[in-house]
Every structure is written in C-alpha cells, then in structure tokens.
Design a protein. Structure first.
Length: 755
C-alpha cells in the first residue's frame, strides 16, 4: 500500500544540534499507546516551544513545525511550513514539499476537528481532497508515492524513550525534542495510515487511465505482456516512455511517467511456455521491444514518439531495440546497462558465478526465485571451489544445471554470439537519437555503460550521447543515491534525484525544455572529496595529464614502493600462487568502500610516498606490466586506493578490476602468453573514478592473481578455461614483476601535481 507515513518520518529524520541543556519536568508514561500519552506529549511540547532554540534557521523551522503539531497549534504549524518552503533553495524545497504538504493535510484535518467537531477520518479525507486534489499530477505523485515504515516500527523509538526515562523526573530540551519528533511520527501514522490507501487509489483513478494487463502480439506470434498508465488530461496525443524488462514482479515507474506527462509502459520479456525455462534471457528482447514500440505508435493516445529507459537488463534492451533503430524511438536513457559479452556473464573475459545465480533466478519461475539465498549460495561456491572441478561443472554441484549458463560458457570471447545482441559499429553509427547513460564508480555494470558510450562515439563522433557518473552503485537510479554507501559518506553534491534528472532530460527531448544544467557537457562527473561536479567533452578530457608511477621492487615498509622514478629494469619481485591451496574458500573481498582492509588476496601491494598537496584523479587508470609467468595465461586484478592519513583505505573504484591477460589486447581474440618469457602487457581499467586525494594521503595499487570461489579460475594451461580443472601435482604459478611495470593515473593540474 502506498502510504503517506513517509511524511511522518519527517520528525524522525530531522537532526538536533542545539546546545540548550535546560531540564524540564517529565514523567514518562508506561506504554506508548496508553490513553494519557497524547495529553502528556501535548503538555511537554507546549513547555518546549517557548525555550527551544536553534542557530540553523531551516532546522529550527522543521523542528518547530513538529513541536507545534504535537502541542495542538495546527494553524501555526501550517504557517511555519510555508515559511520554510519559501526559504529553501529549489532542489531542497522540492524534497521537502511533499513532506510539508502532507503535514498540511494532517494539520488542516486537526483544525477542522476543532472547529467542526467532525471525526478525524472525515476531516482528514476532506483535507486530503482540498490539498492534494488541487496539485498537479507530478506534485500529487510526489506526495502520494512515498512509502514509510509501519506503525509498529514507528512505535518502537517512542516506547524506547519512555523506557529509558523510567524513574527519572526530568528531561533535557534536546531529548524532549527528539522524543516529540518520534511521537509525532508515530501518532500521525497511527491516525492516518488506515485512510491513505483508499484516498491514494481514488486520486490515481481520477488522474490516470491504467491498464494492468495489455497483450501485444509480435511478428512471430508471441505475446508480450505489458502494463500502461497514462494521464487523462485533455486527451491530446502524448509521447510514451517504455521500460522493457525481464523482471516480472519488480517495481515499475509507469505511474511516475504518467505523472510527468507521458504514457508510461512497462513490457516484459516474452515467456516460453514450451520450454522448461520461463524466459530466454537476451534472445528476442530487441525484436520484441521494437514490436512494442510499433504497437505504441498505433494507439490513439500516442503522438508517434517513444523514449526508452531502465537500468541493468532494461538498459541492455534499449540498445538491443536500437540495433535496428525504429523510426519512433527518439531517445534512450540507460542506467548501468548490461552489455552481453562485455560485463555479463563475464567481465574482463572472466566468467562470474553470479551469472549462473541470476540465470537460475530469472528463468526458473515468475518473479525472482530466491532458492539460492546468500548462505546457500556461498556454500555452493565453496563446494565447487574446494572440489577443484572444471568450471563447466560449477552448476552441477547441486544438480541444477542451467542450459543458458552452459551455452554462455561456450562463448568465452566477444564473438558473433554476443555481438548479434547489441549494435555493431555500423549500427551504432546510425543511432543519431539523444542518449543518456548514468552509472556509478561503485557499480558492477559500469564497464557495460562505458562500452556503449565509448563505442557509440567511436562509430558516430557527432552522436548526442551524454554520460553522468558519480559515487553510486547500480541501484542508485531506482532507489536514489545512498548518503552513506558501504561505509563511505557521499558528498552532498552527489545526492541528487537521479530519476527526476532523467525526466528533465526527457523533457528537453520531447517537450523542448532546457537540458538540465548538470548535463552541460558530454561527460559529467562528481569529484569525490571536492563535493562538486565537473564537465568534460570526452572521457580523456576528464583529466589533463597522466602521472606515471612505477611498480618497483623496493621495500616501502608497508609493501613495495610505488615511485615516480623507474628503478632498474632488471630489479624484480617474485610472486607465487598455489592453485591447489583451497584454504581460502571462505575469503571474500572487503564489502566497505572505506575501511582498514585491502583486497589483498594473492596480491602485491605498492604504495607511494605521502602527497605533499591535494591531487585530483579523474578517469580510467591504465598501465603496462613487465613480467615473466610460468604458464600460458593468467587472470590478473588491479585495485587502486587512497591510503588516508588516519590509516583507512578508500577504494577509488569497486569491484576490483579483474581481467584475463590473453584478452587484454583484444576481447574478441585470445592471445596466449609466452610461458617463462619476459613480456609486456598493456592494460586499461574498464572503470572510472574521480577523487580529490588529500595532502598526506598515499596512493596504493594492489596487483594480484585472480583466484577466488566467486569466479572462474584460469589455471593457465592454454585450453578453454571452462574445461580446465585443478592439477594437484602442478607446481604453483610463478610470476616475476619487473621494475619496468607502471600505472598511469589520469590527473588534473589544478590543484597542482606533487613534485
């Protein structure tokens, strides 16, 4: 149920920062739902109001509104909220608007109760109609689409606060405001939550035409299921926004599209009733998406223009549809799009176990089959890893092979099997519609996003393709950026409404409105640590220089020295990896982006001297490895960190970049290494980063051999890696890293580089 209780969390989310420590008399009730609680809290709020102080005026107004409502000063609270809205800048005002409007509804209902003696349900219903009913579709959607915690969860902090004060007769003003905010959230949700579901449904039916089940026929007779939501408005033809997805029961944004003045359509990968599997991933999505577009433009409400949007798999389907560009497809907005054969099911030429888990989950039954919960999944991975069996036998561990997964394993190169799914160079050259790609430094699908972006511009240098990238993971578009992402506190500048930005971009395409200022150039990126956005004309222009660091054999006291000066080319460091050792079956890379651990597994650590002044790294790290290896192939890892002065490590990108050496030069053609021969291998990390490193920080490069239970293992024999199994009698892999190895960091001269 869409509930307005998110409104009531306003009280829980407002921070307290005043220094007033005055004590007030207060005797905590026994239970949060006792009959005397409303009067006790009303009395407390009334006594806090005259003494509450806060230097931050906006924070003061936010807290004041909650205090006034609990104290019963409803009309005053409405005036306070209006004052707050007038003070806030546009972006923050938009975020607060929905919350404050919903508080207005609650306050108006309370005012009506006092004047008319009407029951609260009737007063709230009338206030909802009076307030929400006059809003535009977009503003009403902002108000009614929020979801909040259940009443039972909102009760807990109130009860906890009462329990903590049992036996005490006083409470500080700061604690009183904390308690009042929590109580306000609980009380408002308790009263309003049962009412808002029907009111929201009623408002939606008044504003939109919704068809939950639309059947669309394809040229080969298959049926595509879809849902449609469009605004009633004045009946004029409008453009449509389409998401084509494989996720049958995932949340959809059709109503959100309609609220922004578009026909919102969500179409689903065709089902395969004559097969053991529910769907066939990737196989017909491009063709079927084009069939849906053809259906859309034949509808009387369509103005003949379609845009596509979506993340991950839905990002892939946009490019699959554009492979043979329909005339009606006028724009695509892909967030962290999958690129089959590039970042799925392999990445860097290495197959990921997660590809099997995904294939099983989406093909086994409608919705998401969670048979493999995390614990069971880890056990399956470790069982295979410890067995030493070939990768072809990975999914036989529990006798649940997946034919799609096995089919993918037969195509380890980026061959015709993969290339037929997405546009080739000639097809990319013909894609002349506006494209928006969004991705994150910490998203697994970033390599796919960069592949589409780079290849599109390579094939069509004049392409209208815009990239936005920042400190996000793959889910940032769907649920918004995290303020704290895996332990890392994201810059305030990066905490933007990505979906709203996407609608503004679509509006610039379909409605002639200005392009969002944040998308002012082809590449738009947030500089972590600088708290600002930068704009560049290309990926290479993110930086204006490259700083070379050599991987020397010198001892740095904390690993090996990463130096701007090359050591003797004959100097070297020897590394061995024993594939027969499976004692590391439980190892997993560190989860947090920032912490005191490195992904130092079968790897060498190279660390620089402290930076004398800040340095900005923006772009992709590249380099050249000078080495000998005892086998004909090896899977390598390259990770980069900022070693902070406090001892923590901050990953500049994540996941760690892993790649198969034999595919480093050409992902379509394998070139084996010379066993025992000194050779050089150039590489480029297929990830981006942008970070302003602090003075006193050090740069850390971790270079290693990829050997984990989570991925295919390359034993280096030169055969198809999926057929190779562990040979327990084989000697450990031996590598000698020479002093000619280096990494090039993309940097900006402002601020100046360290000398």
């Amino acid at each position: 149920m869409r509930v307005l209780t998110r409104l009531w969390t306003l009280g829980l989310l407002l921070p307290c920062s005043w220094a007033c420590a005055q004590n007030l008399d207060f005797h905590a009730p026994a239970r949060a739902d006792d009959a005397n609680v409303p009067e006790v809290m009303r009395d407390l709020a009334g006594r806090v109001l005259p003494v509450y102080q806060e230097n931050d005026q906006n924070l003061y107004l936010k807290n004041l509104a909650a205090l006034q409502i609990v104290a019963g000063s409803y009309a005053a609270a409405m005036e306070t909220l209006q004052t707050l809205r007038e003070r806030l800048p546009g972006s923050e005002a938009a975020r607060v608007e929905g919350q404050s409007i919903l508080i207005d509804v609650f306050a108006e209902a309370r005012v009506a109760q006092e004047s008319t003696k009407a029951p609260f349900p009737q007063a709230f219903t009338d206030a909802f109609h009076n307030t929400v009913g006059r809003l535009s579709d977009q503003d009403a959607y902002t108000v009614t689409s929020w979801r909040g915690p259940p009443v039972s969860e909102l009760r807990k902090p109130v009860q906890s606060a009462f329990d903590q004060r049992r036996g005490s007769d006083v409470i500080t003003v700061s604690d009183a405001v904390e308690l009042i905010r929590a109580y306000f959230a609980y009380q408002a949700s308790l009263l309003a939550a049962p009412l808002v579901g029907p009111l929201d449904t009623e408002d939606e039916q008044r504003r939109y035409v919704a068809e939950e089940r639309v059947s669309i026929k394809t040229g080969d007779g298959a049926t595509i299921d879809a849902l449609l939501v469009r605004p009633r408005a004045d009946g004029k033809p409008i453009p449509a926004l389409l998401e084509f997805t494989i996720y049958a029961n995932s949340p959809n944004y059709a109503r959100e599209c309609a609220a922004h003045g578009y026909a919102g359509i969500v179409a689903y990968t065709r089902e395969t009733p004559d097969s053991y599997y529910r769907v066939a991933p990737f196989k017909t999505d491009g063709e079927d998406a084009r069939a849906v577009i053809d259906w859309i433009v034949k509808q009387p409400w369509s103005d003949g223009r379609v845009g596509m949007y979506g993340a991950s798999y839905s990002g892939f389907t946009q490019w699959a549809a554009a492979k043979r560009l329909p005339a009606a497809l006028k724009a695509i907005a892909a967030s962290s799009p999958n690129a089959p054969g590039i970042d799925f099911p392999m990445r860097g030429g290495i197959f990921r176990n997660s590809a099997y888990r995904w294939a099983y989950n989406v093909t086994n039954k409608k919705g998401w089959d969670d048979t493999y919960n995390d614990k069971r999944w880890q056990s399956m991975e470790e069982t295979w890893y410890q067995s030493g069996k070939s990768y072809f036998e990975f999914d036989h561990t529990e006798e649940k092979p997946n034919l799609y997964f096995h089919g993918w394993l037969h195509h380890p190169s980026f061959d015709g099997f993969w290339r037929r799914l997405i546009p080739d160079a000639a097809e990319l050259a013909r894609i002349n519609i506006p494209v928006l790609t969004t991705a994150g430094y910490y998203g697994g699908d970033l390599p796919g996003a960069l592949y589409y972006f780079a290849q599109h511009l390579h094939s069509n240098p004049q392409a209208d393709h815009t990239l936005l990238v920042g400190p996000y993971d793959d889910g940032a578009m769907q649920r918004g950026p995290f303020a704290v992402l895996r332990g890392y506190s994201v810059d305030q500048a990066a905490l933007i409404d990505l979906r709203e930005l996407r609608y503004q971009w679509f509006d610039s395409v379909f409605k002639g409105r200005p392009k969002p200022a944040l998308l002012s150039d082809r590449v738009n990126f947030e500089v972590m640590g600088a708290n600002e956005w930068r704009h560049a004309s290309s990926l290479d222009e993110m930086a204006d220089a490259r700083l070379r660091y050599f991987l020397t054999g010198a001892d740095s006291g904390d690993g090996h020295a990463l130096s701007s000066k090359q050591s003797s080319r004959s100097s070297s460091v020897r590394q061995t990896v024993n594939f027969a050792d499976r004692s590391d079956a439980g190892w997993r890379p560190p989860f947090n982006i920032i912490g005191n651990q490195l992904a130092l597994h079968n790897a060498m650590k190279y660390i620089s001297e402290p930076l004398s002044e800040p340095m900005e790294v923006s772009g992709s790290i590249s380099g050249r490895l000078d080495f000998t290896v005892s086998r004909m192939d090896v899977d390598l890892t390259v990770a980069a960190y900022e070693a902070l002065p406090n001892g923590d490590y901050l990953a500049l990108y994540d996941p760690v970049y892993a790649f198969r050496a034999s595919y480093a030069a050409d992902r379509a053609h394998r070139r084996l290494l010379g066993a025992g021969v000194r050779q050089q291998l150039s590489f480029r990390v297929e990830r981006l980063t942008s970070r302003r490193l602090q003075a006193g920080s050090r740069i850390v490069i971790v270079l290693g051999v990829n050997k984990t239970p989570e991925q295919q293992i390359n034993y280096g024999g030169g055969d198809d890696v999926s057929v190779e199994a562990l040979d327990g009698d084989a000697p450990p892999l031996a590598i000698r890293w020479y002093g000619g190895s280096y990494v090039d960091l993309p940097v900006r001269k402002e601020p100046a580089l360290p000398k």
